[in-house]
Design a protein around this ligand. Structure first.
Ligand code: SF4
Ligand code: SF4
Length: 154
């Protein structure tokens, strides 16, 4: 990560995100990287890193995060939540970052329309990548219904 210029940060950002998702605080992240290791999107989009995005929230890097394409790549599978020792549900965080990006004018209307069209492909990519992780034995029994169904006879 490049050096953070404090004048571009918003120290209230982490509190705002916590409030939006109904928490008092974003619990301290250990930066253990379990979320990043479990994330199926990370498997195909190298820059996508939930650990890094949580870290950016804590540092107050609001503008950089809300203007980033990466917040739109989460497919809300909750695999990261299942392995996070701090119980951080990144899918909810990602959804709120997306809402904030829209509310604060970081994206245009036609971008949202484009997202609607590719969302099915993103979900499919997510499932396929997770299935590959299961096949490689990276991942044990899991609650994710979308691929539990696929793997039940394996
Ligand atoms: S799994 Fe949780 S504690 Fe570990 S890096 Fe990810 S968000 Fe932080
Ligand atoms: S919810 Fe988002 S960040 Fe978490 S594992 Fe799934 S795609 Fe990755």
């Amino acid at each position: 990560m490049k050096p953070v210029d404090l004048k571009d940060t918003d120290p209230d950002f982490k509190d705002l995100v916590a409030e939006k998702i109904g928490l008092e605080v974003i619990k301290p992240c250990y930066t253990c990287g379990s979320c990043t290791g479990a994330c199926p999107v990370r498997g195909v989009v190298e820059d996508f890193d939930p650990r890094r995005m949580i870290h950016m929230i804590v540092l107050g890097m609001k503008k950089e995060l809300l203007s980033s394409d990466l917040i739109w790549f989460c497919c809300f599978c909750n695999s990261c939540y299942e392995v996070c020792p701090q119980g951080i549900r990144f899918s909810r965080v990602a959804k709120e970052l997306q809402n904030m990006a829209v509310e604060e004018g970081y994206v245009k209307d036609d971008f949202l329309k484009g997202m609607e069209e590719i969302n099915g492909h993103l979900q499919d990519l997510c499932r396929r990548t997770m299935f590959k992780k299961v096949e490689k034995g990276f991942w044990g029994p899991h609650k994710m219904s979308c691929w539990q169904k696929i793997t039940k006879d394996k």
